[in-house]
Write a protein that binds this ligand. Structure first.
Ligand code: AMP
Ligand code: MG
Length: 425
């Protein structure tokens, strides 16, 4: 799908090396500040290519699209019935029928004189002299004339040319992720091919000496790599192309090689694990050495640490190793950031308030995301907040977001629930 963009890319300029830099003096960065920074510093990194609309579902429009044709292109009937020149006043009317029938795709090339009517079907162009249609159910016909009861307004049961979209109107804006409905709209207004962005390639690397792949034999002290399947699947759900770069031991040289390969093959890299400042935290150490690393201490739970950096010009999100934190950081920070990189808009996940089905005393100074689900119109949260509790991610249908301040949530209090669907999952 990216073939033509690779041959003939119109690629935007690369990101700056300092794009993740925080303002000086910031200690714990509030979530909203972190999001503002990402939103202001990131821009599209993908090239353009033209695509037939049949292949464009889920792709990002690279340019605004205008209607090449009006919808509907011609005035037509909204119902099966009889057309004539309106209006008709109150009372009983009988109108002689003009021979013939106007049907969808089969226009009737006649002129219907005032006071006459013609048989017309749904979608048929209105013949000359017709601007109003009466439903066939409201008519008695003997084949040569019809009888009906007024009043009928001029224009009743008829669709005006261009009443939906006029030729030349903007229909979809650059950055739009094309939906099934968009493909219908583009088709209707005569657009068969659209300029789209190349699909953002998202490399995923797991780090850690303790990891083995599902299906392998896990020895003493070893665990299965849970993050990589999850992050690859998330990238796919977000409409990006997942690039599986495997897992790497806690070995700086091996990780350096893998980052080189990932940066060559993808537009953005997601790593998990090794993002803190410990002895085995090689992701942050390498990004630091590369000179374009920002360690963001974001006031979020679950979350820290999040290491952001540039590796050979490719942005790297160094996600926490804990699967719950890796998922939440991806949903809250990496997804809207990757959306910008992909040429789409910044994404703000939409939620709604639900009465809480739980009680919680929340500390001030950080935003919290709880694994949650909606049951009987209330927000339930997972029994444990432990960030290693992967079963809670699977149990949940979404997240409850608790704002930065202190709060004592009691059962029945409104809390913000953001379904996973709002995050594109
Ligand atoms: P780290 O951030 O590397 O210190 O890892 C934090 C925790 O997450 C540790 O308990 C790791 O074993 C665990 N962890 C790291 N990567 C993964 C992974 N890919 N799948 C499951 N757990 C992981
Ligand atoms: Mg580790």
């Amino acid at each position: 799908m990216t073939g033509s963009s690779q041959e003939n890319p119109i690629a935007p300029p690369p990101l700056r090396n300092d794009c993740f830099a925080l303002p000086a003096g910031v200690n714990w960065t509030p979530v909203d500040d972190a999001l503002d920074l990402l939103r202001n510093r990131l821009h599209p990194v993908t090239g353009h290519e033209p695509l037939p609309i049949a292949e464009a579902l889920g792709r990002v429009l690279a340019q605004d699209v205008v209607a090449r044709r009006s919808n509907p292109p011609h005035a037509n009937s909204a119902v099966d019935g009889y057309g004539f020149a309106g209006p008709l006043p109150e009372g009983v009317h009988s109108l002689p029928l003009v021979p013939g029938r106007a049907a969808a795709g089969v226009p009737l090339p006649v002129s219907v004189p005032a006071g006459h009517a013609v048989r017309i079907l749904t979608g048929a162009s209105l013949p000359s002299g017709v601007d109003t249609v009466v439903l066939q159910e409201d008519v008695t016909s003997d084949g040569t004339q019809i009888a009906l009861r007024g009043p009928l307004k001029k224009g009743a049961n008829a669709r005006r040319a261009g009443e939906d979209v006029d030729k030349g109107d903007p229909v979809l804006a650059a950055g739009r992720v094309l939906t099934a409905a968009d493909l219908a709209l583009l088709s209707a207004v005569g657009v068969a091919q659209v300029p789209v962005r190349a699909v953002l390639r998202v490399a995923v690397i797991s780090t850690g000496d303790e990891l083995v792949d599902p299906g392998q034999t896990a020895g003493a002290g070893q665990i299965f790599d849970a993050n990589r399947p999850m992050l690859l699947a998330m990238a796919q759900r977000f409409g990006f192309r997942p690039v599986d770069m495997g897992r790497v031991r806690d070995d700086r040289a091996a990780l350096r090689d893998r980052l080189d390969q990932a940066a060559a093959r993808a537009d953005v890299v997601l790593t998990s694990g090794g993002a803190s400042a410990g002895d085995e935290d090689h992701v942050s150490a390498l990004l630091q050495d590369a000179g374009a690393m920002q360690k963001w201490r974001i006031a979020v739970k679950p979350g820290r640490p999040l290491a952001l950096g540039m590796w050979s010009g490719t942005p790297v999100f160094g996600l926490p190793g804990n699967p719950v934190a890796a998922m939440v950081c991806t949903l809250i920070f990496a997804r809207p950031a990757m959306s910008l990189l992909a040429g789409a808009r910044w994404l703000v996940p939409q939620g709604f308030d639900l009465p809480a089905a739980f009680e919680k005393n929340k500390k001030p100074g950080r935003r919290e995301y709880l694994r949650a689900r909606m049951r009987d119109g209330r927000a339930e949260v997972f029994a444990s907040e432990g960030s290693g509790r992967i079963s809670g991610l699977s149990w949940a249908d979404g997240l409850v977001e608790l704002q930065d301040g202190a709060r004592h949530v009691r059962p029945g209090d409104p809390v913000r629930f953001i379904p996973f669907g709002s995050f594109g999952l």
